[in-house]
Design a protein around this ligand. Sequence first.
Ligand code: ADP
Length: 234
Amino acid sequence: MALIEAQNLRKSYGSIQAVRGISFQVDRGEVVGFLGPNGAGKSTTMKLLTGHLLPDSGSAKVGGFDVTESPVAAKAHLGYSPEGAPAYGEMTVREFLQFAAELRGLPKPSVKVQNTLSLCRLTEVAQQTIETLSKGYRMRVGFAQAVIHDPEVLILDEPTDGLDPNQKFEVRRLLKEMAARKAVIVSTHILEEIEELCTRVIIIAQGEVRCDESKEKFLQRGSDLNQIFRQLTA
Ligand code: ADP
């Protein structure tokens, strides 16, 4: 069974057709790089997969559960880190993660918080309020709340956006550590991240899938990734 299933998803905002019939499946062990120009429909697709938006038609399943029909079961299998850093800036990192653990009804929430702080290397800033952290740390807090329940499915919207090289390295390291046991979708602007992180590439443009293939196959298209990307999204 695929851990993520998108079936002919469609979503419009008024007259804007943001997602126009997107289908794919993601299995355990896959890290899918989700690429596309700004406005291509990546974030909207991710929100449809996580149940944060309802599709006009089509369906999304996570861990075998339809995200609209069985949202609680689907969300138990899902970690989602939306674009940008988390809100709740006045909370400390520990309080925020405790809040996330309790919202999910996890057993032994304090133990989960401690383990996640350590996994995401946030222990030294645990008592700081989120608003006082650097962007790299704040993004990692967003990542931490997405993985606190060790979900099988991770959906991450631009987790390395705006980070310096060291911070990018740190987020990629975390992802690689976890990826073998999960199905992961990660959207990015950075073509090099495909090589570094992904096992598969899905390119979206104008709300449609333009390319869906293994990283190896994608990299065989040529050496100028920017040019390949421009051709596929034209
Ligand atoms: P991406 O993540 O690839 O940049 P989005 O999914 O954010 O793309 O956006 C797809 C299209 O939908 C764009 O044209 C964008 O302007 C539009 N859009 C996104 N969110 C909204 C919204 N809440 N209201 C109206 N239009 C939106």
